[in-house]
Design a protein around this ligand. Structure first.
Ligand code: ADP
Ligand code: MG
Length: 270
C-alpha cells in the first residue's frame, strides 16, 4: 500500500444529492420447509455518499441478507431499496457496486493480475473503464511485484487484497464487504483494517462493511449500525467519535474503550 499522503476526494456535494444507500421499512422473508423466516424486519437505514458504515450483530441477524438486498442479489419482500438515488438493479447494471466476501473466491488458474482483470472480461469488452488500471489497483492494496503470483502462492491476507482490488476494478461508488477479514489471524486483520481505511480515503467510495467483531466495527466505521436477531432488525446507529485518518493506537484511547464497551452492552441484550 502506498505510504504517500493520500487525500480524501469525495464527490462534489449537491444539496439535492441522494444518499449512497437508503432502505425504508425493508422486510425480507424466506419460505423454507420449516416455515417462513423473517431475515429482515422493517429495516430502515441510510449511508451517506462517501461514508463508511459497519454492520455489527450476532450471527443470523440478517447482515448478509441486507447486503444481498442492496446489491440486488435478492429482492425485498416489502419496503424500498435505493442505491445512489435509483433502484438496486440500476446500480448493479451500472456496475456501481463492488462486493467482497469472506472467502476471496479467486480463480486458482489465474494470476493475481488476471483475477483482478476478470470483471472487465465478464462485462464483454476487455478494455479498462475504471480510473485505475488492474496493475495500479494491485499496488493500491500493497501487492506490487506479486502480479504474476497464483492464489496458492499467496497468503490468506494477500488473497483478500486481490479480492478487494478486483472489487474496485469498475470504480464502484459502493463497496459491500461481508466479513472479508473474518478468516484471517488477528495481526493480519489489524493490518488490513488500516489499509482498507486508506483505500477508502483514496477512492472516495462508500463502504458498507459487515463484521461480528466489535473492535473491527468501531475501528473502521464512521458509524456502526447494531442489529438484533430473530427477526433481524436495527437496534441502534452509533456515531464513532474517532478522528480520521485512523491508526491502531486509537484503539487505546478512552473514546474507543468507551465505544466498544457500549457496543458490547447493546449486543448482550440483542
Ligand atoms: P447473518 O449474515 O447476520 O449471519 P443472514 O442474513 O445470513 O444472517 O441470515 C438471516 C436469517 O435468514 C437466518 O435465520 C438465516 O438462516 C435466514 N436465511 C438467510 N438466507 C436464507 C435463504 N436463502 N433461505 C432461507 N433462510 C435464509
Ligand atoms: Mg452473514
Amino acid at each position: 500500500m502506498s505510504q504517500a499522503a493520500l487525500k480524501r476526494t469525495p464527490e462534489a456535494p449537491e444539496a439535492s444529492e441522494s444518499p449512497a444507500v437508503r432502505l425504508r421499512n425493508v422486510t425480507v422473508r424466506f419460505t423454507t420447509e420449516r416455515g417462513a423466516v423473517t431475515a429482515l424486519d422493517r429495516v430502515s437505514m441510510t449511508v451517506a455518499r462517501g461514508g463508511f458504515l459497519t454492520l455489527l450483530g450476532p450471527s443470523g441477524c440478517g447482515k448478509s441478507t441486507l447486503l444481498r438486498v442492496v446489491s440486488d442479489l435478492i429482492p425485498a419482500t416489502s419496503g424500498e431499496v435505493e442505491v445512489m438515488g435509483a433502484s438496486a438493479a440500476a446500480a448493479r447494471e451500472a456496475r456501481n457496486i463492488g462486493f467482497v466476501f469472506q472467502d476471496a473466491s479467486l480463480l486458482a488458474w489465474r494470476t493475481a493480475l488476471e483475477n483482478v482483470e476478470l470483471p472487465l472480461e465478464v462485462g464483454g469488452g476487455a478494455e479498462h473503464r475504471g480510473a485505475r488500471s488492474p496493475r495500479e489497483l494491485l499496488a493500491l492494496v500493497g501487492l506490487s511485484g506479486r502480479e504474476k503470483a497464483y492464489p496458492h502462492e499467496l497468503s490468506g491476507g494477500m488473497r483478500q487484497r486481490v479480492a478487494i482490488a478486483r472489487a474496485l476494478v469498475n470504480d464502484p461508488k459502493l463497496l459491500l464487504m461481508d466479513e472479508p477479514f473474518g478468516a484471517l489471524d488477528e495481526i493480519t486483520r489489524d493490518r488490513l483494517n488500516v489499509e482498507l481505511l486508506r483505500v477508502w480515503e483514496n477512492t472516495g467510495a462508500t463502504i458498507l462493511f459487515v463484521t461480528h467483531s466489535i473492535y473491527e466495527a468501531a475501528f473502521l466505521g464512521q458509524q456502526v449500525l447494531l442489529m438484533a436477531a430473530r427477526p433481524g432488525r436495527v437496534r441502534e446507529v452509533v456515531d464513532v467519535p474517532l478522528p480520521t485518518p485512523r491508526g491502531v493506537e486509537q484503539r487505546e484511547t478512552p473514546q474507543f474503550v468507551e465505544l466498544t464497551a457500549h457496543l458490547r452492552r447493546v449486543l448482550e441484550t440483542c
